[in-house]
Write a protein that binds this ligand. Structure first.
Ligand code: 5GP
Ligand code: MG
Length: 173
């Protein structure tokens, strides 16, 4: 069994400061046509972040990515919910909640490039660099954390905890 840590790892206030700083960094460094959020964990991060880009023409899309059930092709992802051809010619900002092994953002950004996107840059609120299994760095990251399992602010454990405003680590009881 798991329980929440005594104190949040990041309070809602600290998260919002971080999101605002990331938005500034993105705005200064990248012009993009479409935001693609990776479901489900990134839904709150995407909704907070994209309000710092109040542009009439900015498109918001979501994609579902699940590990491919084929042991011969580790790291392959099955994508659903978005036809990647819609991104052809577009400059894409691809957003996930957390960067862990690196497989999701690496594989998805490659697929989006292969589908003909004009540019792809990646963004994750949280980054666990010690867990990386493939060589990958996101273009924009918020908090670097150690190898702990975190929930809240959209992130779940078995579908639970997503609506907690703070980010908490889970510890074994
Ligand atoms: P990667 O492909 O980089 O290993 O994994 C990224 C995905 O793993 C994230 O989108 C997220 O769904 C899940 N993940 C990795 N670490 C955590 C964590 O600490 N907490 C939660 N809730 N999900 C995580
Ligand atoms: Mg995820």
């Amino acid at each position: 069994m798991y329980k929440m840590s005594m104190m949040p790892m990041f309070t809602a206030e600290a998260i919002h400061e971080c999101v605002e700083a990331m938005a500034g960094q993105i705005r200064r460094n990248y012009e993009f046509d479409v935001v693609v959020g990776i479901l489900t964990g990134s839904f709150i991060f995407v909704s907070d972040l994209c309000r710092y880009f109040p542009r009439q023409d900015l498109q918001i899309k979501f994609i579902k990515a699940s590990s491919y059930c084929d042991e011969m092709r580790p790291g392959e992802l099955e994508v659903s919910g978005l036809d990647l051809k819609e991104l052809a010619g577009k400059r894409v900002l691809l957003i996930d909640d957390i960067l862990d092994t690196g497989r999701t953002l690496k594989c998805l950004s490659e697929k989006i490039r292969a589908a003909g996107a004009a540019a792809v840059k990646t963004c994750a609120l949280l980054d666990k660099p010690s867990r990386r299994e493939v060589e990958f760095q996101a273009d924009f990251t918020g908090f670097k954390i150690e190898d702990k399992f975190v929930v809240g602010y959209g992130l779940d454990y078995a579908g639970e905890y997503r609506t907690f405003p703070d980010i908490w680590s889970l510890e074994e009881e």
